[in-house]
Design a protein around this ligand. Structure first.
Ligand code: GLA
Length: 384
């Protein structure tokens, strides 16, 4: 993995604009340790912000426009007006996240000021590590730095989510933006997505996070994702509720055979995942490795068999990592599903064994090329 630094991004700004930037902001991507597809069901998630970021070097302009350059897209550059009216740009898809954020900030009554923005990120895109949420949070920080206004981190996360839901057209939950905004160094965040309250859960000092990109490109993400949301809403409606959070696991289990099988399994994933997420947060706080390993394993099986969002290749990757960990490594697919990454949590001494097993076995068996991404729980965009 090639990583960027603040100094490098300032230099890139200089090479493009011919002057030093006035400021530099950054926002992290995230890895979710457990609590998948629970956020839009008002449930619990346990993500950590990671030490891979979207950086923006910036300087003010005198007109009311943004000139935005994207390092990750061969220095493609666009001009964006600072108004609520925004047009989609199909040939520069990346810029739609920025246009959506500008629109939301205007709607929320922020007064924006013009600027030159140089954007560069070291998060792999399409990996399920929330490069889009990190872009949204970095843009909000950049725009408020130009105008001198302040925003509460949770408000920033909600505006980023609204930009994605309403302008980009992806019906995502709140987890990615919230952790990118509010993450804390060395900690995961236990977020209650019903009221957006969050509690930092410090990771034991000698435990590490290893992310492995499966080399499987995430396919069908939007259509399958939106379908899962609908199926969850249908299951909740069976119990006269608008959210699965309000449904009791015991009542659900009693409804087996009455509720149609698909709705039953979707709801069982969500409700058991909520319970596992609370157990995992507790285990992480106490350094109880065997419990964490157990619930991460169960989470993967639930995503595989009840929520049907894994792929055979990803299942194999999780098996390889879990076997190499010999009971000392929690492993599960992370993110929306249908490809992307696996996350492992283990004592530092165990991590090399996991890496070796992935390098020796995975590609040979599946033909997919893995990328090993060691990660550290890091500060969010509004905490650094
Ligand atoms: C994507 C969405 C999140 C969340 C996860 C699944 O990352 O953006 O809101 O729903 O999938 O847990």
């Amino acid at each position: 993995m090639n990583t960027l630094s603040e100094a490098r991004v300032s230099e890139l700004f200089g090479e493009f604009f011919g002057s030093h930037p006035k400021a530099l902001v950054k926002a992290p991507g995230r890895v979710n340790l457990i609590g998948e597809h629970t956020d839009y069901n008002g449930g619990f998630v346990l993500p950590a912000a990671i030490n891979y970021h979207t950086y923006i070097a910036l300087s003010p302009r005198t007109d009311r426009t943004l000139r935005v350059v994207a390092w990750n897209f061969d220095n493609a550059d666009v001009v964006i007006p600072l108004t609520e009216e925004q047009q989609e740009d199909e040939s520069n898809n990346w810029s739609n996240y920025i246009r959506g954020v500008v629109q939301q900030l205007c709607r929320a009554g922020f007064t924006l000021a013009g600027g030159d923005l140089y954007i560069a990120g070291d998060l792999p895109s399409g990996a399920g590590l929330s490069s889009s949420a990190s872009l949204e949070m970095a843009v909000i920080r950049a725009l408020l730095s130009l105008s001198g206004e302040v925003i509460a981190p949770t408000k920033a996360a909600l505006l980023g989510q609204a930009a994605e839901n309403q302008f980009v057209g992806c019906n995502c939950g709140i987890m990615d933006q919230l952790i990118s905004a509010r993450g804390q160094a060395n900690s995961a965040l236990l977020i209650d997505c019903q009221d957006l309250s969050a509690r930092a859960v410090t990771m034991p000092g000698d435990w590490e996070i290893l992310i492995v990109h499966s080399g499987v490109k995430r396919g069908l993400v939007d259509s399958e994702y939106n379908q899962r949301r609908q199926q969850c809403e249908q299951a909740a409606a069976h119990f006269d509720q608008t959210s699965l959070r309000a449904v009791d696991l015991g009542d659900l289990l009693d409804a087996e055979g009455i509720l149609d099988d698909l709705s039953f399994r979707r709801a069982r994933h969500v409700l058991t995942e909520n319970a596992r997420t609370l157990i995992a947060a507790d285990a992480l706080a106490k350094g109880d490795l065997s419990t964490l390993v157990k619930v991460m394993g169960e989470s993967h099986i639930s995503m595989r068999d009840d929520f049907n969002i894994t792929t055979p290749t990803i299942d194999r990757l999780v098996e390889i990592i879990a076997a190499a960990g010999e009971g000392q490594a929690g492993a599960r697919m992370t993110g929306g599903g249908f490809g992307g990454c696996v996350v492992a949590v283990a004592p530092a001494a165990v991590i090399p064994r996991l890496m070796a097993a992935v390098s020796h076995t995975y590609e040979q068996e599946t033909g997919c090329v893995p990328t090993l991404i060691p990660a550290k729980a890091s500060a969010g965009a509004f905490n650094n």
